[in-house]
Design a protein around this ligand. Structure first.
Ligand code: GAP
Length: 457
């Protein structure tokens, strides 16, 4: 079974701040609820997650193309999609402390008035549940009024449906095919977020896969399997992952079927990604409302049909959090404990750290020379010359750097370096000229390590 360490979440939140992964947004003004900024390592982590997703869902496939649609679309889009009418949570308000809670998640909520803990314990009366729309409203143009209301998109998917015909007409592609998009979405979430698990602005990675009617079940099963596999290929513990099928009552208004990939977070099982069979709901609704026929005409069979849609939809920030939690280990060594992030090398924010053994005898200069070579190979590198080598290793372990390269007297004499691998802590000696190919090869062969006590270092 997956690990559940006490204080795991607190330790991860503290590491994220200390090492520059994630900061509270507007911190110097006291912060703003459920909103975070990503620091130098956090932004690299997000970038790796996006590259890994795009690489697998788009670049490796001949049947998926990309899109980057606008965040603010015509307001009618959200009427047609059902978001204006139905994208809401039932909320209750406390008449005394004025806090607002999600009625369906009230058991997880806490009352802001201390010392009370649970909603209503401040002796306030809770109102009857009312529907609260999650979309952020804004105004477009210089005049504020009902005629200028627009919405920040709550999902990237609709931009894909709106461009179905444009892509079909321009990309020489036919069903089954997909359109993928990564971009920001916005939801006025009310419930506490568990750090970056649930935030008000977040990035989504969504792909709408358009298939001939009748092929939907086959492709639905394919994408459920494929998305689960992607997480384990990038090192997530399969014992901490499960698939959960939505029951009929739980399905979103557009969905014929949905299966979630769930992860065992320190706060319990939670949705990491959803794979939905959206049927022909979106294309049919937008065809009807816009007057533009969003259909496919097969030149060979002379058949015209509205494709059905299979949608894998995940959150990039939630994926990044999952990679962080899953990678985190406080590893018991013989003499002490090391904090280490066992990221897949393609997910790790820094790939290689380079250290001169001492700050003299030409070692820093040689280390900078090798650093430049690694950077030219588009590897993400950190140079560190401060403190004992053992301490420098530990600093890199804590941020998940898979390879540390040390430049010493032998490097100056024979052009060889020592490479220390993060998970095994084993060291090898390599010619400088072999370094880049060796690292690229090792990145490809990485395996999730067993989490057992080790005695090296
Ligand atoms: N187009 C379908 C759709 O948007 P969703 O289940 O609402 O489906 C898909 O969202 C994914 O987006 C979720 O599985 C989750 O990873 C991410 N997500 C949704 N709301 C989020 C939030 N408030 N903060 C962070 N990620 C969120």
């Amino acid at each position: 079974m997956a690990k559940q360490q006490p204080n795991l979440m607190d330790n991860i939140v503290s590491l994220c701040k200390r090492k520059g992964f994630v900061f509270q947004a507007s911190e110097i003004y006291g912060g703003i609820g459920n909103t975070y900024d990503y620091g130098p390592l956090g932004v690299e982590l997000l970038r790796r997650v996006k590259d890994a997703w795009w690489g697998r869902v788009v670049t490796e496939r001949s049947d998926v193309v990309g899109l980057d649609s606008a965040i603010i679309q015509h307001p009618d889009v959200w009427v047609t999609s059902g978001h204006v009418g139905g994208f809401s949570d039932p909320m209750v308000d406390c008449k005394k402390c004025k806090a607002r809670f999600r009625a369906d998640k009230i058991e997880d909520a806490s009352c802001p008035e201390k010392p009370s803990k649970r909603p209503g314990e401040c002796a306030g009366e809770l109102t009857e549940p009312r529907e609260f729309n999650l979309m952020f409203k804004t105004n477009v143009g210089p005049v504020e009024g009902s005629g200028s209301v627009a919405y920040l998109r709550p999902e990237t998917a609709q931009g894909i449906f709106l461009n179905f015909k444009n892509v079909l007409d321009s990309a020489r592609i036919k069903p089954p095919f997909g359109i993928a998009q990564i971009g920001k979405s916005f939801r006025n979430e009310i419930t506490p977020g568990n750090f970056v698990f649930r935030t008000r602005e977040f990035e989504q990675a969504e792909m709408e896969f358009f298939v001939p009617p009748g092929e939907d079940q086959k492709w639905f099963e394919f994408w459920v399997r494929e998305r689960f596999q992607w997480y384990t290929d990038y090192g997530i513990n399969p014992d901490a992952l499960r698939l959960r099928v939505h029951d009929k009552k739980e399905l979103a208004h557009y969905a014929k079927a949905t299966t979630d990939v769930e992860y065992l977070y320190p706060f319990g099982w939670g949705e990491l990604e959803g794979i939905a069979n959206r049927g022909d709901f979106d294309l049919s609704r937008h065809s009807e409302a816009s007057g533009t026929k969003l259909v496919y005409f097969d030149q060979e069979t002379k058949e015209k049909y509205t494709p059905w849609v299979i949608e894998p939809a995940g959150g990039i920030n939630r994926m990044a959090l999952t990679f962080l939690i899953d990678a985190y280990e406080e590893e018991q060594l013989e003499k002490d404990t090391r904090v280490v992030l066992h990221f897949h090398p393609r997910i790790a924010p820094t790939t290689v750290a380079i250290f001169p053994l001492v700050k003299k005898e030409g070692m820093p200069e040689k280390a900078h020379e090798i650093e430049a070579e690694l950077r030219r190979a588009r590897l993400s590198v950190q140079y560190d010359e401060k403190g004992a080598i053992g301490r420098r290793y530990r600093r890199q372990d804590e941020v998940g750097t898979p390879f540390c390269v040390t430049v010493d007297g032998q490097t100056l004499a024979d052009d060889v370096v020592t490479v220390r691998e993060r998970d095994s802590m084993e060291q090898v000696t390599l010619a400088v000229g072999e370094l880049v190919p060796w690292i690229l090869e090792a990145m490809g062969h990485w395996k999730r390590p067993e989490r057992s006590p080790k005695s090296k270092d």
